[in-house]
Design a protein. Structure first.
Length: 122
């Protein structure tokens, strides 16, 4: 293997290894995996709303035939797929902060429940 190919191959291997480790960590922590899934779904819904507004036409016949019977349905399905693909490709950076916020709220709720149970027992 030449030096020109070795560096990109090493970067790819490190990226895959990092993804594998983080995936295993998420699999071991079901609360974190659930929060990540919810955050990803929220970002997808947000992206769907944005792409729907971007694709909206102004009462004219567009390339998807929006004035026809199925044009609106097709456009809706298309914006959903665009949003899913955008989110899978990394999204716009909303998912990670949302996940951190969800986990923080869960930790605070757990701490409050634990504190309340200790007060009742004591």
């Amino acid at each position: 293997m030449t030096a020109a190919l070795a560096l990109p191959a090493a970067k790819l291997a490190l990226g895959v290894a990092g993804s594998l480790v983080s995936g295993l960590a998420n699999a071991l922590d079901p609360a974190k995996a659930k929060a990540k899934k919810q955050a990803d779904e929220f970002e997808t819904v947000f992206l769907e709303q944005v792409t729907d507004k971007l694709m909206a036409s102004s009462e004219t016949e567009g390339p998807l035939g929006e004035n026809g019977t199925g044009g609106g349905v097709y456009r809706s399905m298309l914006t959903q797929e665009y949003a899913r693909n955008l989110q899978r490709a990394g999204g716009i950076g909303l998912s990670d902060p949302i996940m951190r916020s969800l986990l923080q709220v869960q930790e605070q709720a757990t701490a409050a429940t634990t504190t309340g149970a200790a007060r009742v027992a004591g």
